[in-house]
Design a protein around this ligand. Sequence first.
Ligand code: ADP
Ligand code: MG
Length: 383
Amino acid sequence: MDVNLDLDRWLAATRLVVCVGSGGVGKTTTSAALGLYAAITGRKVMVLTIDPARRLANSLGLKQFGNEEHQVDLARIPEAKGELWAMMLDSRSTFDALIARVAPSAEARDRILDNHVYRHMADTFAGSQDYMATEKLHDVVNGGRYDLVILDTPPVKNALDFLESPGRLVNFLDERVLRWFLEPAGRGIGGALLAGTTAIVYRLLGYIFGAEFLDDLATFFRDFQGLYKGFVERHDRVVSLFRAETTSFVTVCAPTEPSIDVALFFQEELRTRKLPRGGVVVNQVHLCDGRSHDARAVLGERVAAIAADVPEPIRASVLARLGMAHRRLAALASAESALIVRLRAGAAGGGFFQTVERQEADVHDLPALAKVGRRLFRPAEPI
Ligand SMILES: Nc1ncnc2c1ncn2[C@@H]1O[C@H](COP(=O)(O)OP(=O)(O)O)[C@@H](O)[C@H]1O
Ligand SMILES: [Mg+2]
C-alpha cells in the first residue's frame, strides 16, 4: 500500500511536516493535533506556530513573545508516550538572533544590532513572518533535538512565498541596495560615474537625514556585506530541507469555495515546485444524519412525552424550527460534499485525503486536540 494512505506510516517516515493553507481553516489546530498525536505515539515533537487562538495558546502554555521552546504539559493525556514541545515565532528576536549568528565578530554583531538603520529594517522585516518562519525552522531542525517538527505556516496570501523569502531578502540586499552603496568607486567609466552620483546622493541624504544617520547607513551596509554569504548559505540549506525525502507538505482547507480554491492552488504549486506532497486535510466538515426534515414526524411523540406541560403551539413551533435547522444543515452538508468531490478530483496524486468533522465547540484544549488527531489518523483514502 502507498505509504501516504496509511497515515501512521506516513508520519513515521516524516521528520518535517509543513502545513499550508489559507487562514481561519484550522491550520494551527491541525498542526497542534498532528503534533499531539505524534507525541502520544512516542515521538519528540516540536510544533512551530505563528498565531494560535488565545485559548489554544493557553492550553499549550505558550506565551506571546520570546521564541522560547516550551514543553507542553501532557498530564491530561496519560497515554502520551513521547513529548510535545511548542514555540511561538516572534519575528523580531528571530531576526536579531540571525544577525548574531552570521556576524563575523562580536563587535560587528553589536554594531549592527545598535545601528539605527538596522533597527528600522528589522522592524520592517519583522512584519514578514514568513521569512522568520523559515529562519527559525532551519535552527530547530538543525538543532537535532526533535524527531518531528511541524511548521504551521503563516497565512500568506501569496501561496508558497515563504519558501522563497530568504531569497527575497538576499535579492533585496544584493541588487537594490548593496551594490549601489558598495560598488568600488573608480572601476571603469561606470564606476567613476557611480562615484559621482553616489557623492551627490550622499550629500543629499546627509542634508535630509543628518550626518549621523549617514554614518549609520554606511556602517550598516559595510557590516551587512559580510553577512551576505551567510544568508545565501542558509537560504540554500532551507530550500534543500523543504525538498528532503523526510519532509511532507500537508494542505489544510475548509469545505468552502474560496478555501478549496486556495487548496487546489497550493497542490498545484507544490507539484510544480517539486515539493513533497503529504496529503490534503479538509477540516470543519459538517455532518448531517437522517434524510427527513419533518421534526414533528420524527420527534413529535417523544417531545409530547417529555414536555407534556408545555403548551402544544409552543411544542409545534420548536419542532418546526428544528426541522428548518435540519434542512439547512442537510443543504450545507450536501454543498460541502460537492466541493469536496471537486477538490478530490483536482488534487489527485497528491497523497492522502482526509476529512475532519466540525466539532461541537472550538478546539482549544488538549483532549479536544487529541480527538481531532484521532480523526485525522483514521484510515485515509487515496485521492
Ligand atoms: N474541526 C474543528 N471543529 C471545530 N472548531 C474548529 C475545528 N478546527 C478548528 N476550529 C476552530 O476554528 C478556529 C480557527 O482555527 P485555527 O486553527 O486557529 O485556524 P487557522 O490557523 O487556519 O487560522 C479556532 O477557534 C479553532 O478552535
Ligand atoms: Mg493559524
